[in-house]
Design a protein around this ligand. Sequence first.
Ligand SMILES: [Zn+2]
Length: 557
Amino acid sequence: MRRVAILLATLLATPASAADLLIHGGPILTMVGERPQTVAAVVVTGGKIAFAGPLAQAQRLAGPGTQQLDLKGRTLIPGLVDAHSHLMMAVDLARRVNVSGAPVGDVASIAGLVDKLAAAEPGLKLAAGAWLVGWGYDASLLSDARELTRRDLDARFPDRPVLVMHVSGHGAVLNSAGLAALGITPDTKAPDGGLIHREADGRTPNGQLWESALMLAGPALKPPGRAERLTNLAAVQQLYARNGYTLANDGFTSLADLDLLQTAAAQGRLVLDIVALPSFVDMPKWLGKPQYSFGQWHNRLKLQGIKITQDGSPQGRTAWLSKPFLVPGPNGEADWRAQPIQSFPAFLATTRAATNAGLQLFIHANGDAAIDDVITAVDTLKLPPDHRSIVIHSQVQRPDQLPRYATLGITPSYFTNHAYFWGDVHRRQLGEPRAAHISPIASALALGLKASNHSDFIVTPLDPMFILWTSMARTTRSGTVLGPDQRLTAWNGLKALTLNPAWAYREEGRRGSIEAGKLADFTLLSANPLVTPVAGIRGIKVVGTMKEGRFLWEAGR
Ligand SMILES: [Zn+2]
């Protein structure tokens, strides 16, 4: 009875039409429809959008208790949906050294990289014999025009084990103390699908481990303790929020990371919606276990599907190609095409086990040969309609593969930041036609594919306006336009960061556009991308992020 009385009192005090929040005073990009569409006002009730349209109509829904948010000229877009990044990697970077080149970091040479590690070492207060770990190494950004080896690190770190992760996450360079700590000797053979690079004698490891050989470095990459990781997770969510994301992705979730995310969710520590993709490596440990249920939100965490990695990266020359790179392989191999992570029968068995359990496929495939594996697998498995299999990166894609995607219901998530960061490398390593067709997002959209676009953070920065700019400009570092016919309009570029990734997560009914009934998740921008010249797009700032009608943060507050 008491509860009924309270309910009645609440109903009487609040007119049924009274809204919580009325937003107006700036361009509001709905992302509804094929052509740019803006409205003057949005009304929010109970964390959801109640109305989007003309201001006069919106005002009729407001009551005396309705808060007003005047955008003061700022642009409102739907909360950004992160199509692919590595949230949990960011969680573990707090005690690792950023040795990235510009603009993620400031390292410009091998000597500079070693200096950066040495300068950071005292502040980390590492125990004797503990690993010093760097991340973001990319030889293509260094002035030396060669790869880092153990010898570069040995000079400064004769005793402490050191590991430097490659920016792609697919390789690392260790010093001699590091190799010794892991028991890697001239007699150590690389595991299947892995590479241990050798010195001129053909035997002595030069320090570089690639692909599955990286698993040998497990002890160096052991994450920090649970309490520290939970603290870091709060900071990392803030970082995503400051970049405008209201949904963040963890694009390759280990079992340990999955358990940490579930703990954080159960403790109410998630302020963003987080989509996790448990990795195929740990599949036997989670597949079919009731505590790992897919497709449902639990306290802002959803397990969406399985992540399978089928090759490496084009800049690391580990993307598996049907036609060779124009340069030798990482070990000087002629006619180098790289290799798959799993043989096709093993890959097919993994995809079959996952899809038999009803899981959505998210497959990392960069090279066209790896993409062929995805196409053949999806064709062979005869998946149910609307399976929404997603190819993460899908970068070195042949034109003939796109109609196959359309026929089979495969959707690409592209990585147009590559055009800027490694576009010049791709021209050299792949040749002009393949480089120009990298991340062919305009072609994909023209075929009706709901292509998304991503940062692959920590590989490139989260900054969504930088991603939008690379999809609109496709300008390399040296200023060449890579594949001018693949440049997007601002409207389509924003779709690839909002509605299309929402669709990939089966969330298009809840987010990705500003429409009545959807979550009141919004991102505020300093300028309207629809009327900003292409060159100015990367200068637009995210100035606020709202989750379900409340600011997660706002610039200047
Ligand atoms: Zn990734």
